[in-house]
Design a protein around this ligand. Structure first.
Ligand SMILES: O=C(O)[C@@H](CO)OP(=O)(O)O
Ligand SMILES: [Mn+2]
Ligand SMILES: [Mn+2]
Length: 523
């Protein structure tokens, strides 16, 4: 084992692109990154598509698959791909859960689908929803209701109508005397239901009131809701307030005793809280007012240790041989820190979607509370506070491997605000300098990388030359930086991705890697 501590920084959403237009990474003032890139061994590594276990290279990276790959050194087929396969093979419809949910609601109840309505393939895919609705009808379900969370964060900023129209056309073709499906409620994904890491439970409470109780502002259709909210305030899809659809003066689909409910998102971070609201007997995070007796299932098992949700349609990748586990076996003391928005990224996602520790005595996890504010108004977020704690941990000499995630490039990038995102990236750069100094003081080694791009492309590619610029809120397909500071090493030949990082960390720590891992990025 080396005597030199290794610190790994994930700059969330900081990708590499040569294109200067709307590039909040290239155009930010980043003296620290510039210094690192001009003086240290570095390369660019793949963070999207096949390199992180997604169905195709047209799939942008995301935090879940990115941190999974970083933390386990391997490429596993991810939720997006596993659900595709399970639907194609029909396995999903053979599952006990599917059968249970269908038989529970088939005679007198309704089958509800709650989830992110887009083809972003980060949390969900509309094709999965379509396949489930079609099969439900084939198996004799009579009533289906959709509770549509509007995206605009993994897909273009104001694309909700595209998906609403697509699913309504799909349902209209299925609807007949024996079957009826329609949208019952919805709202922007950053307004209701899809909170994560317990950052903002009131979002989930608002979702409960909307989907379950059918309370809120009412409209005749989802289209009317979207068009009205846009006309009133110019609000974009992800921030769209909640809406309830009414038919004949009543909500089109509250959730009642005898119904079944499927959360059709496959990704876990933003799925867990609403699952808990349905599943938990003793629930204290908000007053549910009424808890219907339903059969509830998630698309995937989101956390096996915590048994969330109790029922699920498909199994997630069984991620084994993680870096954390290999390191604790060799006595390496570890420290992980981020603010709430990304805390689970450096713990839960990093450890293959496990929320527990491998070894209580050897691992310390620290969460700095995120503010609940529009991040374009505070683009520095908690970068300084994270750094205060990280610097202290580095200097304490208590840890051999320390990791952090700075959310700014990503969380501010998702707002589509170019100027604010520049400040977000600059905040990371400023704090990176402090981390470098602390690493110097303890004669350590620093790795700087990212999990996927976002801030590197803040405008959609114009459809025609000269067309007005449109904010881009989603991740990118670009590679990410991989830089090693403080070690006299050479980058190896070849193409690398996020799954090559774990072996690199082990090599720098001078401990054994795992045979399952992809090779290190250094010679
Ligand atoms: O905010 C999120 O949920 C996703 C985008 O859908 O971003 P990230 O993968 O960076 O967490
Ligand atoms: Mn991310
Ligand atoms: Mn993101």
């Amino acid at each position: 084992m080396s005597k030199r501590p290794v610190v790994l920084v994930v700059m969330d959403g900081v990708g590499i692109s040569e294109n200067k237009l709307g590039n909040a990474v290239l155009n930010a003032y980043t003296p620290t990154l510039d210094e690192l890139l001009s003086t240290c061994p570095h390369t660019a590594i793949a963070a999207h598509g096949l390199a992180v276990g997604l169905p195709s290279n047209g799939d942008m990276g995301n935090s879940e698959v990115g941190h999974n790959a970083l933390g386990c050194g391997q490429i596993y087929s991810q939720g997006a791909k596993l659900v595709n396969e399970s639907i194609a093979s029909g396995d999903i419809f053979e599952s006990e859960t599917w059968k249970n949910l269908v038989s529970y609601c088939k005679e007198k109840g309704t089958l509800h689908f709650i989830g992110l309505l887009s083809d972003g393939n980060v949390h969900s895919h509309i094709e999965h929803l379509e396949a489930l609705i079609k099969q439900a009808k084939a198996e004799g379900v009579k009533e289906v209701r959709i509770h549509a969370l509007l995206d605009g964060r993994d897909v273009p900023e104001t694309s909700a109508l595209l998906y609403v129209e697509r699913i309504e056309k799909f349902m209209a073709e299925l609807n007949d005397d024996s079957f009826h499906a329609c949208i019952a409620s919805g709202g922007g994904r950053m307004k209701i239901t899809m909170d994560r890491y317990e950052a903002n439970w009131p979002m989930v409470e608002a979702g409960w009131h909307t989907h379950v109780l059918g309370e809120g502002r009412t409209f005749a259709s989802a289209k009317e809701a979207i068009e009205t909210y846009r006309a009133e305030s110019g609000v974009v899809d992800q921030d769209m307030p909640a809406f309830v659809i009414v038919k004949d003066g009543k909500p089109a689909g509250t959730i009642e005793d005898g119904d079944s409910v499927i959360l059709f998102n496959f990704r876990g971070d933003r799925a867990q809280e609403i699952c808990r609201a349905f599943d938990e007997e003793e629930f204290t995070h908000f007053d549910r007012v009424r808890r219907p007796k339903v059969q509830f299932a998630g698309m995937l098992q989101y956390d096996a240790d915590l048994n969330i949700p109790h029922q699920y349609l498909a199994l997630p990748p069984k991620i084994k041989h993680t870096l954390s586990e290999a390191l604790v076996k060799q006595g390496i003391r570890q420290y992980a820190i981020s603010e709430t928005q990304k805390y689970g990224h450096v713990t839960y996602f990093w450890n293959g979607n496990r929320s527990g520790k491998f070894d209580e005595a050897l691992e310390e996890y620290v969460e700095i509370k995120s503010d609940v504010v529009p991040f374009e108004q505070r683009p520095w977020m908690k970068s300084a506070e994270i750094t205060d704690a990280l610097v202290e941990a580095i200097k304490s000499g208590k840890y051999d491997f320390l990791r952090t995630n700075y959310p700014n490039g990503d969380m501010v990038g998702h707002t589509g605000d170019y100027e604010a995102t520049i400040i977000g990236v600059e905040s990371v750069d400023l704090n990176l300098k402090r981390v470098m100094k602390a690493v110097d003081e303890v004669n350590g080694i620093l790795i700087v990388t990212a999990d996927h791009g976002n801030a590197d492309e803040m405008y959609e590619k114009p459809k025609k030359e000269g067309a007005a610029l449109k904010a881009k809120t989603s991740h990118t397909l670009n590679k990410v930086p991989f830089i090693i500071y403080g070690a006299d090493v050479e980058i190896a030949e070849g193409e690398f991705g996020l799954a090559n990082v774990a072996a690199t960390v082990a090599k720098l720590l001078e401990v054994d890697g795992d045979e399952a891992w992809l090779p290190a990025i250094i010679k």
